[in-house]
Design a protein around this ligand. Sequence first.
Ligand SMILES: Cc1ncc(COP(=O)(O)O)c(C=O)c1O
Length: 343
Amino acid sequence: MIDLRSDTVTRPTPPMRRAMADAEVGDDVYGEDPTARALEEEVATHFGREAAMFTPSGMMATMTLLATLCERGSEVVCESDAHVVAYEAGAGAALAGLQFRTVDGDRGRLDAERVSGALRPAMFPYTPLAAISVEETTNRGGGAIHGLDRLRALRALAHERGVPLHGDGARLFNAIVATGVTPREYGAVLDALSFCLSKGLGAPFGSMVVGDAEVIDEARVWRRRLGGGMRQVGVLAAAGRYALAHHVERLADDHANARRIAERLADDLPGSVDPTEVETNIVYVSTGAHDAASVAAALADDGVLVGAMGPHLLRLVTHLDVTDEDCVRAAELLSAHLREPVA
Ligand SMILES: Cc1ncc(COP(=O)(O)O)c(C=O)c1O
């Protein structure tokens, strides 16, 4: 199978498994897992921040940060299609007592001017603003990148209102590799951020949160509260350390493969995808009059898995478990299905 449903489907490579097997471990709830400690220290240093914390998932990373940064009964401004509102089972409301004020962006990206127009007055009895939250890169926005200029403007706006700029950087390293913006620059513009080890970086597990020591200390309490206090977690932290050491630069290959797919489809089926919008590893394809789920099912019969994200929308995500040839083959097969007469 050529599995392009998500970059979460990767399996640990043999050297990553060896690093996991050889990891030194201890009880992390006691703060005694040396491999988790090393990962957290390396990541904090990498982003030029005081502290970092390992979490089981991207969702728990986001929730520990938002719950720490925002009082119950306050609101977080984010883009209308943000992961935190689209896919997290209402976690912000259910667990942290937050409401989200969503603002339409372009390809999932927020823009300071639009956000500014949407902010409620900072006075009683308006719901208090607690944070502005961005996704870098955007998931439902097709892997689009905010970049530093937009983020600086959003940070200035957030700070004018006395609240932090929070970054859900599930795919932050895709943005880092695509733009050359450094982790330190992202660490300086985002007051608190998370990124996933288990997506393009290819680890089987885990995310990191990064920020001020005080924030990370409180995020640790939230991780515990959410059931994410872990024991001999070094086995998994070792995979994250391996991924950061060996799987960052290669994200450029995933981006090239995504563009290759987009260009092939745009050539064969003008209008199905705009390759200039494919900045990282996610390709959204319009199926035109074809039913997306039926096309996905037909492709699965050919050995290619893609995601049906809407009635006429497919998503393909490139990652380290698919080769250049796999991507070319997937694009050819998808193109052939989309050129068939509509059933
Ligand atoms: C932008 C974004 N944030 C958060 C997450 C959640 O990550 P996890 O599945 O590890 O909880 C995802 C997962 O796809 C994501 O795309």
